[in-house]
Design a protein around this ligand. Structure first.
Ligand code: 4FV
Length: 257
């Protein structure tokens, strides 16, 4: 996987790319991450990259020229068609399905990190960027969001995680798109709290059934939106949704009509 990060703070990524599974993936050549410092494309002796907003208001805005030149420089290492994502609260939500797409992207991808109030809109228009948000809150910069995207994506690359079974069984990416089941490890009794008996039974079919049931229940209570018609769990509208009473559902509907 080849990713490039365009940022004013490349030093924020270095420790992350030295440690953890990502660091090992870089060592193993499974992951290449190029850091492009936007400051290098700043204007004048002081390499200015930001200025006050037209129309007034608080804060500063990243100027179009340094941003465009930095992204164009990063694109040289990928090929012009490379998917380029600007992390911003104005974007559609980033999720596991996008992480899977990026992990498999033949040309890799570029992540653009904003700072200050944001980036001059003309640069975003010219670069034809894809905007993605990590969530409905405001960060002081896109770097934390880019780190999350990098982590969620790199761990889907075969060989990055110790056991390639881990990722497919995770929340949202398990076949049903459910939340994950609970996990337990030794000791079997901790502060007099036992591990659920079923997990010590060795009956793998029963364990899998229990895990699915608990995952479904916790998804029902914590994230009913993940079970809604059209969701990964409930793709075909024909499948009776969990809230339907036995008589309703596609078949029932026809009868009534
Ligand atoms: C953000 C988010 C985010 C907005 C202004 C950076 C900040 C500053 N990025 N998901 N939420 N970005 O808050 O991705 O430039």
């Amino acid at each position: 996987m080849h990713a490039s990060i365009v940022t004013l703070f490349p030093e924020l990524f270095e420790p992350f790319l030295r440690a953890t599974v990502l660091g090992r993936a870089v060592q193993k050549g499974l992951l290449r991450v190029d850091l492009t410092d936007m400051r290098a494309f700043g204007q004048g002796r002081h390499r200015i990259v930001d200025d006050r907003p037209f129309g007034g208001g608080p804060g500063m805005v990243l100027m179009a020229e340094p941003v465009v030149r930095a992204v164009e420089a990063a694109r040289e290492a990928h090929g012009t068609e490379v998917r380029t994502i600007y992390l911003s609260p104005q974007g559609r939500r980033f999720d596991q399905s996008i992480a899977s797409e990026l992990a498999a992207a033949p040309d890799g991808f570029i992540l653009l990190c904003g700072r200050y109030e944001g980036i001059d809109e003309r640069a975003l228009d010219l670069l034809a960027l894809e905007e993605r948000s990590l969530g409905d809150y405001v960060l002081s910069g896109g770097e934390a969001a880019a780190l999350a995207v990098l982590d969620a994506t790199a761990r889907l690359v075969p060989g990055v995680l110790g056991d390639d079974r881990s990722a497919p069984e995770d929340s949202f990416s398990n076949a049903q798109g459910l939340l994950d089941h609970p996990h337990y490890t030794r000791p079997a009794s901790w502060r007099d709290v036992p591990v659920p008996e079923i997990l010590l039974s060795g009956n793998h079919a029963a364990i899998a059934a229990w895990r699915h049931e608990v995952a479904l229940e916790r998804t029902r209570t914590r994230r009913p939106d993940l079970l809604a018609p059209g969701s990964a769990y409930n793709p075909e509208p024909t499948r009776p949704s969990l809230t339907d009473t036995p008589t309703q559902g596609s078949a029932g509907a026809d009868k009534e009509a």
